[in-house]
Design a protein around this ligand. Sequence first.
Ligand SMILES: Cc1ncc(COP(=O)(O)O)c(C=O)c1O
Length: 348
Amino acid sequence: MQPQTILDAIDELPRIQLARKNTPFEEMPRLRAAIAESMDADIEAVPQLFIKREDTTGFAFGGNKARHMEFLFAHFIERGIDTIVNINHYDSNNARFVAASCARTGMKYHWVAHDMVDAPVAGNMLIAHLAGANIHRVPDQPTARSLAEQINAEETRNGRNSTVLSHNPFYDIAGMIGFLETGSELDRQTQEAGLADDPLHMWGLCGRSIGGIRLYARNTGKPWKATAVAQQLEFPKTYEGIYLDRSARVAHLLGLDTALDPGDITTIAGYTGTYGYTTEGAIAAIHLVASTEGIMLDPNYTGKSMSGLIGEVKSGNVDPEVPVVFIHTGGLPQTFAFADELWNWQPH
Ligand SMILES: Cc1ncc(COP(=O)(O)O)c(C=O)c1O
């Protein structure tokens, strides 16, 4: 189908303005050369590397979820919702974006953070606090779930139109819709870079964002494949089904020609570590990308995704003839919560 038909369908949806769009598309030649050098190989052994800078969306320090929230919060406004209760990790980027979006739309926000109760306030939690979030720190998910229900019931009793975010089915697909648009930006930007109609390899993390880009490619006939690195251990097992389900819902809502098929996105594990903690590979990748390209990645998401890309290139599992587009989805405020690990790291 025509790209414009997809954009027209998106235009029909309620939406608020939060993200700075048309994020940069850049090449990373020095990173490519450094990876080749570390392999003792010619530059041709490493694919040409590009990066889509979704970290530069601006809102609340930037990141992919600024696009997601544009549709999610318009959906809430349409339904008269005025209070959001969110259950999420101590270092959740989602919780930061929901906080800033609540501030922007005048909603009340409770974030029940369900782990790392003793970790110092930094990064996302600090920003959420600045944006006016009511933050409740509890040690585990069952406690978080029951507290969230309790808060939701109390807010409702007090006459507010409150919702628990994870109960909302639209939440699952809002980000994929936002990233159909990223797909159309990439379409234009790759054409401008002389890569029109070439096979490309999109590289990101398991989630709505890479799903939306792949869905765009599938519907417009672009020869783009996609690899998603798992940031949680259970993801590769469950994510294939999640992609099919979510993309079918987006396709239905927007009248797209097709949803995703099994195999449209390859999910890989092995670079995950423990969720919420960084990995040796992510720290090394952050150093390498920062010191060759001046581009910052984060310790919990994009650093792991890049360590996956570097690891798979070195293992010979990435076709060097197909340029890779690394989707930088943001997460940068969490960098400062890992200052010691980043500072003390020594190259081997
Ligand atoms: C920085 C970052 N990148 C990627 C993801 C993957 O998920 P999604 O694409 O659904 O946002 C997350 C999820 O929390 C994230 O915080």
